[in-house]
Design a protein around this ligand. Structure first.
Ligand code: AVJ
Ligand code: FE
Length: 436
């Protein structure tokens, strides 16, 4: 790990905070006020809640915890505590108006810039290597992705635009890659801004397995649908079958059938489902059923991470599939540069040494694994980031989507959600054990 001096850390903290705020501003200024305060979906907060929550978390960690400042508006803390009010109840709270929320977040940010100039980056664990600043920038970016999900759920005309990813020739490489068996270092103790659940680094033995070279495409998923996959109990776990019946699932979220073809609604625009793009907006049960239909299974979280980080030349683990360099546009589809995944097989420069593509960016990938702590886990700096979620009710997603900023995405990064969720930017790839 490179050792940064305080000036470099200050610069990095500032850049990531500014980048996050530019995105927050875009996401909260591209629609009119009623769309900021409305409950667009019971699964999501009103956008104006995310905005003030971003400011409130920044105040808690950077002004109060790091800066030792007094609370600016202690009376609003409860409103923006994610554990006090479920998302569906948030619209009826006496929330700050869009104008007040903007002013509050801007006021917090102004004072944070003060704290930043005086912060001691080599002091307590919270400020070491600028961790608290990195954590708060990641938090804002995570809520920016959440707000982008709310935008995708919103009915009505297009509010956001971005250029499409470059077209790519139909991927013609091998469909799967063999990852050799043996020990591998999972998680990290070195990455300065890694969150608590990614720590510590630990050795795991991962037997040889094959994994899809690219995420599963819409075209492949359509074959599962056309083969009656949603009506065939054989492919589903008992919980998955109960869910698919109860919720009447017949295709990914946002898809509908029109004559002979599948269409989907994407940020206010309806289009024919592109067959070469990674499938998006499927729940864990759908991913798992597809894999079984294909005679395969979802990769475990350890398999996914080994595919993404293992360097067969050294036996060590890298930060990203392409090596240790920070993500650049040629590596991965990240940061809302585009509003959709890139065609399967894109970004050859971002492939792993064994040739697995698009592990980072494009779509979050469901894994077979429950969200559990690594051996030696310690909650930091608060139990409510990860610890309260550990257990079998959440499944792990890896790799990040087109909506994830590079600061909140790495080979060790862990996301999690309920197996029924599919408003998130979720897809998957499949795996199989190598013959012993
Ligand atoms: C890591 C995406 C599951 O949004 O619930 C935001 C991130 N934690 N604020 C979430 C998070 C606190 C978290 N996920
Ligand atoms: Fe949050």
């Amino acid at each position: 790990e490179p050792a940064f001096d305080a000036e470099t850390l200050r610069e990095r903290a500032l850049t990531t905070l500014v980048t996050a705020r530019e995105r927050t501003t875009l996401l909260t200024s591209c629609v009119e006020e009623p769309d900021l305060t409305a409950q667009i979906s019971p699964l999501m907060s009103p956008l104006v809640w995310d905005l003030a929550h971003i400011g409130n978390q920044e105040e808690l960690w950077l002004l109060r915890a790091v800066g030792g400042r007094e609370a600016m508006r202690p009376e609003i803390d409860g409103l923006y505590d994610a554990f006090e009010h479920p998302r569906s109840a948030r619209p009826s709270l006496p929330l700050l108006s869009p104008q007040e929320a903007r002013a509050y977040a801007a006021e917090v940010r102004g004072r944070v810039l003060d704290v930043l100039t005086s912060a001691d980056f080599h002091g307590a664990r919270l400020t070491e290597a600028g961790f608290a600043f990195g954590m708060v920038a990641q938090h804002e970016q995570q809520h920016d992705e959440t707000m982008l999900i709310t935008h995708q759920l919103r009915r009505g005309p297009q509010a956001l635009t971005a250029p499409d990813p470059d077209p790519a020739p139909l991927f013609s490489g091998p469909a799967e890659v063999l990852v050799p068996g043996g020990p591998f270092t999972m998680g990290t103790s070195a990455e300065p801004w890694a969150l608590d659940n990614e720590r510590p680094a630990h050795r795991v033995d991962v037997p040889a397995f094959h994994i899809d070279t690219t995420p599963v495409t819409n075209g492949a998923y359509q074959a599962f649908i056309a083969d009656g996959g949603y009506d065939d109990e054989r492919w589903w776990t008992p919980e998955g079958w109960a869910h698919v019946r109860r919720a009447s699932l017949t295709a990914p979220l946002f898809w509908h059938r029109d004559g002979g073809q599948w269409l989907r609604r994407r940020f206010g625009v309806t289009e024919v489902v592109p067959p070469d793009e990674p499938v998006l907006h499927v729940c864990w049960y759908e991913a798992d059923a597809y894999a079984r239909w294909a005679g395969r299974r979802l990769p475990t979280e350890a398999e996914w991470e080994k595919a993404a980080r293992f360097d067969p030349a050294t036996g060590g683990s890298m930060r990203y599939p392409w090596g240790d360099a920070d993500p650049a546009p040629e590596h991965a589809n990240l940061g809302q540069r585009h509003l959709r995944p890139a065609p399967a097989g894109s970004y050859p420069a971002g492939a792993s040494p064994l040739g697995v593509r698009q592990l980072i960016g494009d779509v979050w990938e469901w894994t077979a694994s429950d969200f559990l702590p690594y051996p030696g886990f310690r909650a930091f700096p608060y139990k409510e980031y990860s610890e309260v979620f550990f257990g079998p009710e959440y499944k792990v997603l890896r790799g990040g989507s087109f909506a994830v900023d590079p600061v909140a995405c790495r080979g060790t990064f862990r996301n999690w959600d309920y197996p029924v969720r599919r408003q998130i930017f979720s897809g998957f790839r499949t795996a199989r054990s190598a013959a012993a």
